[in-house]
Ligand binder design. Structure first.
Ligand code: 5AD
Ligand code: SF4
Length: 449
């Protein structure tokens, strides 16, 4: 009945884990009768799933939450979820009178009930950590139709000194291997062929019995699954077992996003990353030796307290030594409650110096990516076609080594695979021309009899 139709709108900020959490929330609300809508205007429930990783991420959300007031109708409720909700808790309710729900990342199980309480006029905060919470029985409502995100681990135990995540997502915990495999089978049944395993330090996955190597090998045996990716690993958790499982599981893609953060051992020490420049470069070498043609991307922070010009030069030289395919680059943002706040204030790097280093880093990464991509022209790649590109005509696909390639093909090809030759590059993305698929090296023998 139309009068009973209840609608929910979720706006998501931040990392893939947050996108995945929004999928869980939508699934839960769909199960109790909510319909997801594409606009906040007039929705019964408006949720903003937030990120707290850097201050500018929070500033954007604060502006947006103010704006959403205009989308409310009588009876609408606005809720803030995710890392900023966890970090600020009831302080959000004090500052934004139109917000009636504040729910941290471990509170989504009770979402329907919390919404019902808000609809009865209460203002609710739910920010307790729950070490048992894996959302294993949740049925996500996935946004993407081509690849599926699977959260396999929640929280983080590393406590890098700059990072708010251990305080917003709590301690590390992993899902049971069987449960992840079951979800992957369901994803294949739903017509998708690529999974991306998510965790804050995903390769430290352990369900008590199985490690990340076991998980990769088990997923490698799922019929119909053609591509396995994961993000983000920690360099220290690439054991020989994990690297061997990657190399020996044909569906594990030749791409690793390996956050480096800095190329200076002194800075890494102050960041409490628990590896040195040399140790990071050694992990890169081990990965490359095991997986020829590996694509490598990274995260780098500039301007961490105490970073000298010489430290920064070491970051640039480490980037050149690795030859990253691409990098996410960040200016350090001091987060309340993190260990970095206890570093001596005189270690702070002046804003103009940070900006200058940032610009130089971006230019270095761009130049490196361009040179690498130019060197790949003429090579062939298998693409999973993800969507129609922004221009509305070409299709956009991804190679196993994580290159974005635009190709002219019929829109019906979305979700399928296409072999292309890389014919052009803008420096960051490619254009490709379809070619006949490479012949498998060995034809299967016909069955006797
Ligand atoms: N300031 C700047 N960048 C940060 N990151 C995490 N915390 C901060 C911070 N306080 C970056 C790291 C991490 C990525 C997700 O965000 O590079 O890998
Ligand atoms: Fe933050 Fe470090 Fe955990 Fe990554 S591993 S989320 S950088 S604390």
């Amino acid at each position: 009945m139309l009068a009973d139709r209840r609608t929910v709108f979720i706006e998501t900020y931040g990392c893939q884990m947050n996108v995945s959490d929004s999928e869980l929330m939508l699934g839960t609300l769909a199960a109790v009768g909510y319909e997801a809508v594409d606009s906040p205007d007039g929705a019964d429930v408006i949720l903003v799933n937030t990120c707290a990783i850097r201050e500018n991420a929070e500033q954007r959300v604060i502006g947006r939450v103010g704006e959403l007031k205009r989308s409310m109708k009588p009876g609408s409720i606005v809720g803030i979820t995710g890392c900023m909700a966890q970090r600020l808790g009831p302080r959000i309710l004090d500052q934004a009178r139109h917000v009636s729900l504040v729910i941290g990342p471990d509170g989504y199980r009770a979402l329907p009930e919390l919404i019902a309480r808000a609809q009865r006029g209460q203002r609710v905060t739910a920010t307790d950590f729950d070490l048992e919470e894996h959302y294993e029985d949740f049925q996500p409502r996935r946004f993407d139709k081509v690849k599926a995100w699977i959260p396999v681990q929640r929280g983080c135990d590393y406590k890098c000194t700059y990072c708010i995540v251990p305080y917003t997502r709590g301690p590390e915990r992993s899902r049971q291997l069987d449960d992840v495999v079951r979800e992957a089978r369901g994803i294949v049944e739903a017509g998708m062929t690529e999974v991306v395993l998510l965790g804050q330090t995903v390769n430290s996955y352990t369900d008590g019995t199985h490690d990340f190597a076991d998980l990769l090998r088990a997923l490698g045996r799922v019929d119909g699954l053609r591509r396995i990716r994961f993000t983000s690993p920690h360099p220290n958790d690439f054991t020989d077992r994990v690297i061997a499982a990657m190399a020996e599981t044909p569906t594990v893609c030749e791409h690793v996003h390996l956050p480096m953060q800095s190329g200076s051992s002194a800075t890494l020490k102050r960041m409490l990353r628990r590896y040195s420049r040399e140790a990071y470069l050694a992990v890169v070498n081990r990965l490359r030796a095991a997986m020829p043609g590996l694509g490598l991307t990274t995260d780098i922070i500039v301007g961490f307290p105490g970073e000298t010009d010489a430290d920064f030069e070491e970051t640039l030289s480490a980037c050149r030594a690795v030859g990253f395919d691409d990098a996410f680059t960040f200016q350090f943002s001091m987060r309340e409650g993190t260990p970095a706040t206890r570093l001596p204030p005189e270690l702070a790097v002046p804003a103009d110096v940070v900006q200058d280093r940032y610009d130089r880093l971006v230019a270095t990464i761009r130049g490196m990516a361009r040179a690498k991509n130019l060197s790949l022209l003429g090579q062939r790649r298998e693409l999973l076609i993800e969507k129609v590109a922004r221009d509305g005509e070409l299709l956009q696909g991804r190679s196993r080594d994580f290159k974005t390639v635009l190709v002219a093909a019929d829109a019906a090809a979305v979700g399928g695979y296409l072999d292309v030759e890389l014919t052009g590059t803008t420096g960051s993305t490619f254009t490709g021309t379809p070619v006949a698929p490479a012949r498998p090296e060995r034809q299967p023998l016909p069955l006797a009899g």
